[in-house]
Design a protein around this ligand. Sequence first.
Ligand code: FAD
Length: 412
Amino acid sequence: MAWRGCCRLGAQLWKSPGRKELWGRRGIVSCIDPAVGLTEEQKEFQKVAFDFAAKEMAPHMAEWDEKEIFPVETIRKAAQLGFGGIYVRPDVGGSGLSRLDTSVIFEALSTGCVSTTAYISIHNMCAWMIDTFGTEEQRHKFCPSLCSMEKLSSYCLTEPGSGSDAASLLTSAKRKGDAYVLNGSKAFISGGGDTDLYVVMCRTGGPGPKGISCLVLEKGTPGLSFGKKEKKVGWNAQPTRAVIFEDCTVPVANRLGEEGQGFNIAMKGLNGGRINIASCSLGAAYASVLLARDHLNVRKQFGELLAHSQYLQFRLAEMATRLLAARLMVRNAARALQEERDDAMALCAMAKLFATDECFAICNEALQMHGGYGYLKDYAVQQFVRDIRVHQILEGTNEVMRMIVARSLLQP
Ligand SMILES: Cc1cc2nc3c(=O)[nH]c(=O)nc-3n(C[C@H](O)[C@H](O)[C@H](O)COP(=O)(O)OP(=O)(O)OC[C@H]3O[C@@H](n4cnc5c(N)ncnc54)[C@H](O)[C@@H]3O)c2cc1C
């Protein structure tokens, strides 16, 4: 089986959990070390995340991809380390860490499996939305089981007819006494069908963003159903399905915020979501640079190691430089979001645009350096390429990121 070879590679690459032993060689490794600039505390939980990635995820990532396994038990183990509600407040079970801390953790985790980490990141976004915009009652009702990941969540914004133009969504919620009756459908929902709570953006008012509200819907609600599991290029360790609402009754008590605030809540969630997804791309690019380095150090052509080719050395140096630039942008945006600065939304968009484009290019270049072997599923690099391709598309496409940045520049 192809994935066995990949596991072997994973075992070899990840055999030592300590970064120093694993990546402690002199040269490019130290200058792209993700621990540089972090506090001692951040280095501690970064190490926990790297260890988890190495032991619990990397040995399985090829199999999860090949067999399309959603590794719920592993995800729950990650939650035991505090990764289910990283930036959720502690009184409801969260870890109460910062956006920068969160980025550091997702970068480390995704070196073990991008797809699984990306799902955990979406779940974290939903938990944060409930923690931040929910009432005390809603926070205490939903957040503890989300932070332990006993219950899993999905973020439902996209519809078949509204993707980039999310504010044109049509799913309707009509008020009937102390409940809403929900009708419509959502497309491409991560975790859809396998998750327990659905954070749904729906129309309670007129057209445009101000007519949108946010409801939390529980699995098992009559009228809630799911489409077929989508077949995807990557992100195969998590399911993606359409979510369909046919006269679903949702209590008004499950609405986050006021009527009409749903779009704002959705966008605030996505600011952090974009840093998180960009961080997953960083992890993939970091792992890919290391894989490329190791390949260049063992593969001989024209009578010498590929590592002796100045062309390939320069390419590797460029990959490392672009990775570091992307990481600095992501961490800068994370700090801005943490400080609730006015420029945070644009900085998150810039970081997502830059990091997901650059990291995809880095992973693809690493694949190229492997020659034909890079195209084989025995080698992990192809999975990093496939898994992060979608980061340029979701949580707002990179064209939408350009719109957000341009708007912030052009508006007075
Ligand atoms: C694997 C996967 C998981 C996903 N998970 C979720 C999820 O959990 N929850 C969720 O709500 N959504 C999810 N999505 C949906 C994702 O957010 C959308 O696919 C994305 O926002 C783009 O929407 P669209 O696919 O309808 O593309 P479209 O909006 O139709 O865009 C098509 C292309 O045109 C470009 N474009 C559109 N308008 C303009 C313009 N004015 N100027 C320039 N270019 C433009 C776009 O950038 C894109 O390149 C997921 C998608 C995928 C593939």
